[in-house]
Design a binder for this molecule. Structure first.
Ligand code: AMP
Length: 285
């Protein structure tokens, strides 16, 4: 497994591979890797000749300095996991490599409602920062396929829209959420939870399952209320609980409005912010 820190060196290596016809799969991460990340690596290995994983804690997508500071950084164990999984190349750049002085990296596209609901409402600037880094990394890696997790449902929807609007040839592959055995979605932030809190936080996936199990039998408003109640009763602080169209992310008022429906939530447990979601109705194919 190669570990490269410089953009120029990475580009040289990848260009030589692309010239010989190798397809490139790319998994961007912020490190502190767990089995959710590794599931993306596994999928990329299955579908690509060469799998590249980036580890970069992107400062432009954090809207709170303390969150950025506290973000776990575990490069050595990350490299071990990636090696074991069979990753070909790890790109672990510095902030200056990704954002060299004088290079314009901001992405100016209109995402409309996609970026203003849910995470967009509560984390101003987050998606602009996320698009900036993904777009910059795509410029560098030029992958055939980009592998991202459904765990960040809104992020995947926005990247999909960005790929469309910027007319990139890269195909986005959205991979299922990997959960702990009791249901909590795996997340680098779980590392900061005590064992008791990890157990309590399973209420998040339970609230999503409650909505899925009762879909169509109760109103959307009623189920949102019940989900929020479950979360509060477990001692967490809900930030939002939304039932939305899976494409536009428009909040729904009735089940008939869409045939592709997702429930998304964010909540604090202590001072740790967790997100989760569940597709509760799939579009007919
Ligand atoms: P992050 O390092 O948190 O930026 O995540 C990097 C990628 O891993 C993103 O595409 C996430 O959606 C994905 N990811 C994070 N957690 C999970 C999970 N539990 N299951 C599947 N994918 C995940």
């Amino acid at each position: 497994m190669l570990v490269i820190k410089q953009v120029a060196e990475l580009k040289r290596f990848l260009t030589s591979k692309q010239q010989t016809g190798s397809s490139i799969g790319f998994v961007p991460t912020m490190g502190a890797l767990h089995n959710g990340h590794i599931s993306l690596i596994n999928r990329s290995i299955k579908e690509s000749d060469l799998t590249v994983c980036s580890i970069f804690v992107n400062p432009t997508q954090f809207n709170e300095a303390s969150d950025l500071e506290k973000y776990p950084r575990t490069l050595e164990s990350d490299l071990e996991l990636l090696l074991e999984a069979g990753t070909d190349l790890v790109f672990a750049p510095s902030v200056l490599e990704v954002y060299p002085k004088g290079l314009e990296t901001a992405v100016n596209i209109d995402l409309g409602q996609l970026a203003t609901v849910m995470e967009g409402e509560f984390r101003p600037g987050h998606f602009e920062g996320m698009m900036e880094v993904v777009n910059r990394l795509l410029d560098i890696v030029e992958p055939d396929k980009l592998f991202m997790g459904q765990k960040d449902f809104q992020q995947a929807a926005i990247v999909n829209e960005m790929l469309k609007q910027t007319k990139r040839p890269t195909k986005l592959v959205v991979c299922p959420i990997i959960r702990e055995s009791h249901g909590l979605a795996m997340s680098s932030r779980n590392e900061r939870l005590s064992p008791e809190d990890r157990d309590i936080a399973k209420v998040l996936s339970q609230s999503l399952q409650h909505v899925k199990a009762n879909m169509g039998q109760k109103t959307i408003e009623q189920l949102k209320k019940e989900a929020v109640k479950l979360i509060k009763e477990a001692g967490l602080k809900p930030i939002y609980f939304e039932i939305s169209d899976g494409d536009s992310l428009k909040p729904l008022e009735s089940w008939e409005e869409s045939d592709y429906i997702v429930a998304c939530l964010a909540a604090f447990i202590g001072n740790i912010r967790l997100i989760d979601n569940e597709i509760i109705k799939f579009p007919k194919v």
